[in-house]
Design a protein around this ligand. Structure first.
Ligand SMILES: *[C@@H]1O[C@H](CO)[C@@H](O)[C@H](O)[C@H]1NC(C)=O
Ligand SMILES: *[C@@H]1O[C@H](CO)[C@@H](O)[C@H](O)[C@H]1NC(C)=O
Ligand SMILES: [Zn+2]
Length: 453
């Protein structure tokens, strides 16, 4: 009887597994960037989708929000409901607005609607998105650009500055797009800064700031900036999730993950896929979730090539500093994301982060909070900064959340006119943070310097 039960259970389970495998295999051969919905009429739309910001004040409200996230994909949570005294941002589909209103009344949840129609923002932003075929000569920081233009702009810079700039075309993505990086080096013996951008597809300000800062290092006559260009080597990877980035232009503006299929859903959150406390707190094992950690640690080719490159270069190229650029929330954060244990150089990183915040405040008056990841945003595991800090011994490792504030009314859809000021203040933060870390002894060359944690 038991055996029969097991068999009955086993047969459908095996059939489903085989079917899933088949789906993966069949899709796996469509690698040549075919599946994307280029026809604009097939783009995801967010008409009358609202953004709510609620404050959870009691345990009942926390549990209600957990159930809501669990049960319905009409509610998209930015972060998860975890504890009382927590502000939470939720995107609500139009057919659920009445239900959401009722729930907030019944459970006395305080909060407000930050935005009444997400599609309006996307439509407005459209006029600042340059066409796909835009040539790299037309590149600027008043518009957002497709993957192809950004890659061609990088090539153009390498051809303009051949003696100091080198192309690093990593082959990786599922759809066959390059993870294109560059190395800037003006002299021997520098320690290096690695700047990772665009790991989350929809955070368009990240690649834009990345190219802005690279351009400043190449062209600025400001003494502080020339000092950075001269006395550090720089690795810039403006878009480490190229498939996802492409998809946000062609199909769904709010896509976050890469595009690898897992059964009926797609995409791994690459910033949950690194081999440090993989699939722990703040990551999901559900392929349909926005923070899906992947099939296994470093299951994704994008993660694999980055890990390999960093492992190989952390020592030989003396990478002592790592910046991972995200949006939004205005934060400057250091490890860890997965545990409240403090890193060995917590006080130093706190100091360096605060110098960054001060520089940003002086620049355009924006308030950035600095602190350990788990203290400032929410727990996360398998992220690149924890990994590079723990596994590659990069002692000065930060995640930035760029503009806007936590209660931003445009979230990932930052107006293009804010690219330049965001770039300016971020570069000011880099100047201040690298100066602080240098003073603390992280880039010295003696036996005792702090670069060898
Ligand atoms: C989410 O749903 C699953 C089943 O669908 C259930 O096992 C789990 O306990 C639920 N979690 C919460 C927090 O409600
Ligand atoms: C929640 O947001 C409100 C309004 O922005 C703010 O005053 C409050 O300090 C926030 N609370 C927490 C715990 O972040
Ligand atoms: Zn992000």
């Amino acid at each position: 009887m038991r055996l029969l039960n097991r068999l009955l259970y086993f047969i459908p389970a095996a059939a489903i597994a085989a079917l899933l495998l088949l789906l993966v295999v069949v899709d796996g051969h469509g690698c040549s960037a075919t599946g994307v919905a280029v026809d604009p009429s097939n783009k995801a739309r967010y008409d009358h989708f609202r953004i709510y910001r609620v404050l959870l004040e009691n345990e009942e409200q926390v549990q209600l929000m957990q159930q809501l996230e669990n049960r319905s994909d009409s509610y998209t949570f930015m972060g998860h409901a975890r504890h009382t005294n927590q502000n939470l941002t939720i995107m609500v589909a139009p057919q659920k607005i009445a239900e959401m209103t009722d729930l907030m009344e019944r459970f006395k949840i305080g909060g407000s609607v930050l935005l009444y129609n997400i599609q309006d923002l996307i439509d407005k932003e459209d006029s600042t998105v340059m066409p796909k075929k835009t040539s790299p000569e037309q590149f600027d920081w008043q518009h957002y650009f497709h993957l192809d233009t950004i890659h061609k702009w990088l090539d153009l810079q390498v051809s303009k500055h051949p003696s100091i700039l080198q192309s690093i075309p990593l082959e990786a993505s599922y759809e066959g797009n390059l993870l294109k990086g560059v190395k800037l080096s003006k002299k021997q013996g520098n320690t290096a800064v690695f700047v990772e951008c665009g790991i989350h597809a929809r955070e368009w300000i990240s690649p834009a700031v990345c190219t802005y800062i690279l351009n400043e290092l190449l062209t600025s006559t400001d003494a502080d900036i020339q000092d950075l260009a001269e006395n550090f080597d720089w690795f810039f990877f403006p878009i480490v999730n190229p498939d996802g980035y492409k998809y946000t232009f062609e199909a769904d503006r709010l896509w976050r993950k890469n595009r690898k299929p897992y059964g009926i859903c797609r995409g791994v959150d690459l910033n949950r896929n690194f081999e440090s406390d993989w699939n722990g707190i703040g990551a999901s094992s559900d392929p349909c979730a926005y923070d899906f950690a992947g099939g296994s640690a470093a299951s994704e080719s994008e993660t694999q090539v980055l890990q390999k490159f960093l492992k190989e270069n952390a020592h030989t190229s003396r990478i002592k500093t790592y910046f991972s650029m995200h949006s939004f929330s205005q934060l400057i954060m250091f490890p860890y994301g997965y545990t409240a244990d403090k890193v060995q150089n917590y006080d130093d990183l706190q100091t360096i982060g605060e110098r960054g915040s001060e520089a940003i405040r002086r620049s355009h008056g924006k308030e950035y909070l600095s602190g350990a990841m788990i203290e400032t945003i929410y727990p996360s595991s398998g992220d690149s900064v924890d990994w590079v800090f723990s596994e590659c011994g990069v002692p000065v490792a930060f995640t930035f959340e760029l503009r806007g504030p936590p209660d931003s009314t445009n979230m990932f859809i930052l107006p293009a006119e804010e690219i330049v000021p965001t770039g300016e203040e971020t570069l000011a933060a880099y100047v201040a943070m690298l100066k602080a870390a240098r003073e603390l002894g992280y880039y010295g060359s003696g036996e005792t310097h702090k670069g060898e944690l």
